[in-house]
Design a protein around this ligand. Structure first.
Ligand SMILES: O=C(O)C(=O)Cc1ccccc1
Length: 319
């Protein structure tokens, strides 16, 4: 059995100063609890699976470069994980180097692949001949400049100079000044966070076969219940070309009748569905639904059918 400290620990991609840490800082229940810095998403989720940590914060998608495939694939393949919350972090990048370095000295850039993917425009315009050395995190990229000379500069969060004595060679090097990253808090609990009216439901589903129209048929499960999607990403299953699974975020909670009904339809259709959880939306935006998809419309219809089955007369159209 995990000890008490382990079961209160939160794992995150570190070291201190990463955007992932900023996401974890938004979690009220993590305040004052032990935080464990790890080197990659796999290690963070392994902590949760083994009971070493109660939850892990992982990046799942960003506005510039899209889905974080390592996270989406890990959620698809590691059983018994649940998303219990989502958190948004504004991301902004600087280029840093050892003191005294100029831009002309920079030949190799150390960067987390997801940060590198969001700074292409600046990097290609200003350092067209650079090489890229991948790092485990944005902060690790910068820290390693002071440990070895494998790279000349690093892509890092603007707060990096609080942690390390480095020169900032360029600021705001992100492709989009309004870039945001969406993080999810992942746990093993099967207890559902309560419905707030501003919720999301995350699932991963596979198609039964690759006949024409299958994807449309899957999406119809949501469309016919008035359920909006906020994420639809395809990830290769890995066993053959052309085989994909779909990472989907739905507006609403599984306690919303329309979402529950859509999931029943999806379960009948798809040979493999993973329910990753229902949890409050980070932006707290209320979800608007046309009246025929409100809870009452579903319960009224069910009551009508139950009545018919139990022998109640149908009222007909009247005159
Ligand atoms: O959390 C970090 O700082 C990371 O290194 C991962 C990352 C990379 C790019 C944007 C957001 C998070």
């Amino acid at each position: 059995m995990p000890d008490t400290a382990a079961s209160e620990t939160y794992s995150y991609l570190g070291p201190a100063g990463t955007f992932t840490e900023a996401a974890l800082a938004q979690v009220p229940q993590a305040a004052g609890k032990p935080w464990r810095s790890v080197n990659n998403v796999g290690q963070a989720l392994d902590d949760v699976v083994s009971g070493r940590s109660v939850a892990a914060m992982i990046a799942i998608e960003n506005t510039v470069d899209g889905g974080v495939s390592a996270s989406q694939d890990a959620l698809a393949t590691i059983p018994n994980l649940r998303i219990v919350g989502e958190y948004l972090v504004d991301v902004n990048f600087v280029l840093v180097a050892r003191p005294g370095t100029t831009l002309a000295d920079v030949k190799t850039i150390n960067a987390h692949p997801v940060a590198y993917g969001q700074t292409h425009l600046w990097v290609e315009a200003h350092l067209p001949h650079h090489g890229h050395l991948p790092a485990t995190s944005n902060v690790a990229a910068a820290a390693s400049l002071l440990e070895n000379d494998l790279a000349d500069a690093a892509i890092a969060p603007p707060t990096i100079t609080r942690h390390h004595d480095l020169d900032v060679l360029a600021t705001n090097i992100g492709d989009n000044p309004n870039a945001q990253t969406r993080f999810v808090l992942v746990s093993r609990t099967t207890a559902l966070p309560g419905r707030t009216g501003s919720d999301k439901t995350s699932i991963i589903a596979e198609l039964p076969d690759n006949r024409a129209g299958r994807l449309l048929e899957m999406l119809e499960q949501f469309a016919t219940r008035g359920v909006n999607m906020s994420l639809l990403a395809s990830r290769p299953i890995g066993d053959a070309l052309g085989r994909y699974r779909f990472v989907i975020d739905l507006d609403g909670h599984v306690h919303d009748e329309r979402v529950a009904d859509a999931l029943l339809g999806l379960k009948r259709f798809s040979p493999n569905v993973i329910f990753l959880g229902s949890y409050p939306r980070a932006d707290k935006l209320p979800i608007t639904v046309t009246p025929r998809y409100e809870n009452e419309a579903f319960t009224d219809a069910r009551d009508w059918l139950r009545g018919l089955i139990s022998g109640e007369p149908d009222e007909g159209f009247g005159r």
